[in-house]
Each structure stands twice: as structure tokens, then as C-alpha cells.
Design a protein around this ligand. Sequence first.
Ligand code: NAD
Length: 252
Amino acid sequence: TYAYQGKVAVVTGGASGMGFETVREFCKAGATVIMIDLSEKQLTTAVGRLSHDCLNAVPKVCDVTDESQVEKVMSDIEAEFGRIDFAYNNAGIQSPVAETAEASGAEFDRVLSVNLRGIWNCMKYELQVMKKQGSGAIVNCSSLGGLVGIAGRGAYHASKHGVLGLTKSAALEYAKQGIRINAVCPGIIHTPMVDSMLESEPDAMDELMKFQPIGRLGQPSEIASAVLWLCSPGASFVIGHALAVDGGYTIQ
Ligand code: NAD
């Protein structure tokens, strides 16, 4: 456990899955946590699911694909809380399986706009606050899809490879300014995103388990603990790293 009293953390896509679990862990560590997601309704439900020891979560509606909304939410956070110590840029979407020759360009743009441009938007305005402080830690959500390809998932994997490019370049830019930027690459984690994929592709679970060396899916809390570590002083010499937390998926 970490002592993050007095620290301010921002988590995008914080109402569900790994984002939600990361909100919970930052809260438990004592940080004030701004949970960003698409709708008031999702956020209200999510705040209701946090236990009574997580009263320091602050919901804010923002669509990370919209640069002006991101600019506003980050400046509101700075005005209200004075700083941003940690950011987990986690909001992301999956896309239906489609081989490249048949895939939709609009779908490609949609996935890239959330998973890649969304992260760029958030980093840009988080960094403006962190530069003033001369400190901060950002973790961007990539994926096993940032490290390997999977047939039929070109748009998603392109977006997640892109996240690693953004992460490494920005890590170099801010390394001397006390700001560390890393990425986490989750494997197959049991979240609502995976549940909805399994609903539409019922055979997918058997397929998935063939590639799970550890013999099970990951849990959102196993990603949250990696994010908290990357933000911690224990990771003070770690920058631009793509941390696979995938039960061995990408070492095969
Ligand atoms: P999830 O669907 O449970 O949660 C994602 C959250 O992001 C949702 O609450 C959603 O409303 C929010 N979101 C989506 N678009 C947004 C936008 N434009 N602005 C703000 N919020 C938005 O998903 P999850 O499985 O917890 O995934 C979280 C991240 O982890 C994603 O980036 C995903 O690509 C990545 N990932 C997931 C897995 C997995 O197996 N579940 C594996 C690797 C990487």
C-alpha cells in the first residue's frame, strides 16, 4: 500500500473495469481521485459502488476524444485541486473483428479517436499542469495489442501500438522535468469490455484460454496495482516503459 494523502490522481474511463479498480486503489491510498467518464449516469453508479472508505472520488463528465472538453476538465481540476500528481489515461474501446480488406474506415477512425487521440488530448493538458509543478507521473493504457498483432484487430492494435509511441516520445521530453511517463499493457482482463466481446463472440473464451499461459483471465485489480506502482517512488528510474501485465500472453 502507498501513502498518497494530499496527492491528486486523474483516471479516465474511471467508471468501469480497470479504470474503476484503479480509482478504488488510489482512493484507498488516500489520494483525491478525479474519475472521468462519458456520462453522469455511469459515474453516479460507479461512485455508488465505491465503499465507504473511498469518499475522496470526484466524478467529472468528459469525452476524451474532444480536445476542448479535455482542456476544460483539466483546467477545472487544476482550479479546484491545485495540481495533478498522477494520471492514468485508460479510456478505450474495442472494435468488432474485421479483416483489413473488408474493414470500415469510419470504425478505424472511431477506435483511433478514443484509444490514441484521446490519450494525446489528455497527456497534453495533464502535462501543462505537471510542468508547472515540476513533478508528476502518467500511465497510459496500451494493451497486449500494443506488443503483438491479432488477425482481424488491426484498428485496435494500431491504436495500442500508437500509445507506446506517444508514451516513449513524451517520456523523453519530460524526463529532466521530474515527470515520468509509462504505459501498462494489460493482457486479457475480466472487465465489462471482455464480457461484451464474449456475448457477441461466444466461442471467444475457448480461443482466449488457448493463449493464457497462466490458465485464467486477469483481474482489474492486477492492473490497478501495476498502475499504482508505476506512479510510486519505487518506480523513480522507470520511464517510457511498456509494462506487460498479461499472465505471459506476449512472451509466447
Ligand atoms: P471498460 O469498457 O470496462 O471501461 C472503459 C471505460 O472507458 C468505460 O467506462 C467507458 O465509458 C470509458 N470511455 C470510453 N470511451 C470514452 C471516451 N471517449 N471518453 C471518456 N471515457 C470513455 O474497459 P476495460 O476493459 O476496463 O478497458 C480499459 C482500458 O484497458 C481500455 O483502454 C482497453 O482498451 C484496455 N485494455 C483492456 C483489456 C481487457 O482485456 N479488458 C486488455 C488490454 C487493454
